[in-house]
Design a protein around this ligand. Structure first.
Ligand code: FEO
Length: 424
C-alpha cells in the first residue's frame, strides 16, 4: 500500500498536483513540548498549471535534500513561478532560502503578518530578498488553467498562517490546521494507520488556545467545495475531508450550556491542609453568588487531576485560586493546575488568589504574579487569612467574592479619586 515512488519521487494527488514533502519517523518531541509517538511528516506540495508551477510550503532544513529530489522529479526550477508560504515556522520554511536561490524568479505569496518573519528568516542567508506579495482572503494567483486562492486564517498556529485553495480541483492546502504529527508512508487518510489520537492531540495542544480563530477559519472553509485537504503534517485527507472540518468545529465550539446565557462563570479551585482555605473558598463562592448573574463552581484539587479541569477553565470567565502557604510557597497541585493552562486561551479572564497561612503567607502573592504572567486580569487584591478564618474574616471572603462578581458582570462602581491622592 506504499505509494509507488515514495522513496525518491513525488506522490501524485491529482494530475499535475504532487506531494514533495519529507517523512521524519523517529521524531519523538516537536517544539520540545509536543509528544510525537510515531514521528511526523513535513508536507510540501507542487501544483502545475498551464502557465506556471507553484510550490506550497517547504520542509524542515535537514530534510531539504529529500524535498529537492522530489521536487526535481516533477518540475524544473526555472518553471517555478510561484512560492506560497502558508506558515513560516522552520518546519515548513527550512528549505526556503535554498529554494529561493534555485528559483530566484519565483514570486512569493504570504500573509501580511508573515513579511517580518520572512525577512528575519532570510537574514542569516545569502539570499536576495525575494519578490513577495502579501495576500489575504479572496486574493488569487493564476497558474493559467489553475487558480490559487488565499484564505486569511491567522494564529493556526502562528499569527502568520494562511490556507491556500486550489479552486478548480477543490483542494485546500491548509498549513498546520487539520494536520497531525503522524508519520505514515502511505500518506493518504484512507490508506494510513489510525491517526485519530494524533489528530485530536494535535488540536488539543496546538490549535486549542486559538479556538476562536479556528472557528473563524472553519467558517471560511465550510462553504468551499472540498475534494481533498492537504495539511502541512500527517495524512492527506482525501476520504471524507469535510468530516475533519466538522470535527474541528465540534472541538472548538464551547460546550457549557451557560455560555449561551447571559450568566458569567467563576470557578473556584482550592487546596486546604486543615480546612481553613476550604472555608475561605466556600465563603468566596457564597459572596460571588449572592449578587446574581454569576454561576460559581467549587473544586477541591485534592479530588482531581489538573488536566481534567481544562474544559472548565477554558469556558470560565473567572478563576479564584486558593492555596495554603507551605514552605513559603503555594502547594504543588496549584502550580500543576496553572502550568496546565498554557494549552487554553485564558488571556483576559479574571483571576483572584486567596489562602490561609501560618507564618509567612507568600502563596497568594505568588499565585497573583503567575495569573498576571498568564495575561489574566487581576483587578481585585487577593486575600490572606492567618490560620483559622474568624467570622469577620469569612465576611471579608464573601465581600471578595462579591467584588469579583461585580467585575465579572460589569457592575464595578467607578472609583472616585480624591484630589489629595494626586498630589505629593
Ligand atoms: Fe508545523 Fe506551526 O508548524
Amino acid at each position: 500500500m506504499v505509494p509507488a515512488g515514495l522513496s525518491d519521487g513525488a506522490v501524485e494527488l491529482a494530475p499535475g498536483v504532487h506531494w514533495v514533502g519529507a517523512l521524519d519517523p523517529h521524531l519523538r518531541n516537536f517544539d520540545i513540548i509536543l509528544k510525537t509517538a510515531n514521528g511526523t511528516s513535513y508536507n510540501s506540495y507542487v501544483v502545475r498549471g498551464s502557465k506556471g508551477v507553484a510550490v506550497i510550503d517547504t520542509v524542515k532544513e535537514n530534510y531539504a535534500d529529500t524535498f529537492f529530489r522530489r521536487l526535481e522529479s516533477v518540475a524544473r526550477y526555472d518553471e517555478i513561478t510561484t512560492i506560497v508560504l502558508n506558515h513560516l515556522e522552520p518546519d515548513h520554511s527550512g528549505a526556503l532560502p535554498e529554494l529561493l536561490r534555485r528559483a530566484p524568479q519565483a514570486k512569493v505569496y504570504l500573509s501580511s503578518r508573515a513579511q517580518m518573519m520572512l525577512k528575519a528568516l532570510l537574514k542569516p542567508s545569502e539570499s536576495q530578498p525575494p519578490d513577495y506579495t502579501p495576500v489575504t482572503t479572496g486574493d488569487q494567483v493564476s497558474l493559467g488553467d489553475r487558480t490559487l486562492r488565499f484564505l486569511h486564517t491567522p494564529y493556526l498556529h502562528w499569527p502568520d498562517t494562511q490556507c491556500t485553495y486550489l479552486v478548480e480541483d477543490g483542494m485546500l492546502f491548509s498549513g498546520d490546521i487539520f494536520g497531525c504529527h503522524f508519520c505514515d508512508p502511505r500518506l493518504f487518510n484512507d490508506l494510513s494507520g489510525d491517526f485519530r489520537f494524533s489528530f485530536e492531540y494535535y488540536y488539543q495542544h496546538i490549535m486549542r488556545p486559538f479556538r476562536e480563530h479556528v472557528l473563524d477559519a472553519v467558517a471560511l472553509i465550510e462553504p468551499l467545495k472540498l475534494e481533498l485537504i492537504a495539511p502541512a503534517h500527517g495524512p492527506i485527507l482525501r476520504h471524507q475531508p469535510r468530516d475533519y472540518v466538522l470535527r474541528y468545529r465540534e472541538l472548538a465550539t464551547p460546550r457549557l450550556c451557560n455560555e449561551a446565557r447571559s450568566e458569567k462563570t467563576l470557578v473556584v479551585f482550592y487546596l486546604s491542609a486543615y480546612g481553613n482555605t476550604r472555608l475561605m473558598a466556600e465563603s468566596i463562592a457564597e459572596g460571588a453568588e449572592r449578587l446574581g448573574g454569576v454561576r460559581v463552581s467549587l473544586y477541591d484539587l485534592e479530588g482531581g487531576d489538573p488536566d481534567g479541569f481544562t474544559d472548565l477553565v477554558e469556558e470560565a470567565d473567572g478563576l479564584a485560586i486558593g492555596s495554603p502557604t507551605i514552605n513559603a510557597d503555594a502547594v504543588k497541585p496549584i502550580w500543576d493546575l496553572l502550568s496546565s493552562l498554557t494549552s487554553v486561551n485564558i488571556k483576559g479572564k479574571l483571576g483572584v488568589a486567596f489562602g490561609s497561612y501560618g507564618w509567612s503567607g507568600e502563596a497568594v502573592r505568588l499565585i497573583e504574579d503567575r495569573l498576571r504572567g498568564l495575561k489574566m486580569r487581576v483587578p481585585v487584591e487577593g486575600l490572606r487569612v492567618k490560620l483559622v478564618p474568624a467570622l469577620d474574616e469569612l465576611d471579608h471572603c464573601r465581600d471578595l467574592g462579591e467584588k469579583v462578581a461585580r467585575h465579572l458582570t460589569g457592575q464595578v462602581e467607578n472609583r472616585v479619586i480624591d484630589m489629595s491622592e494626586l498630589v505629593g
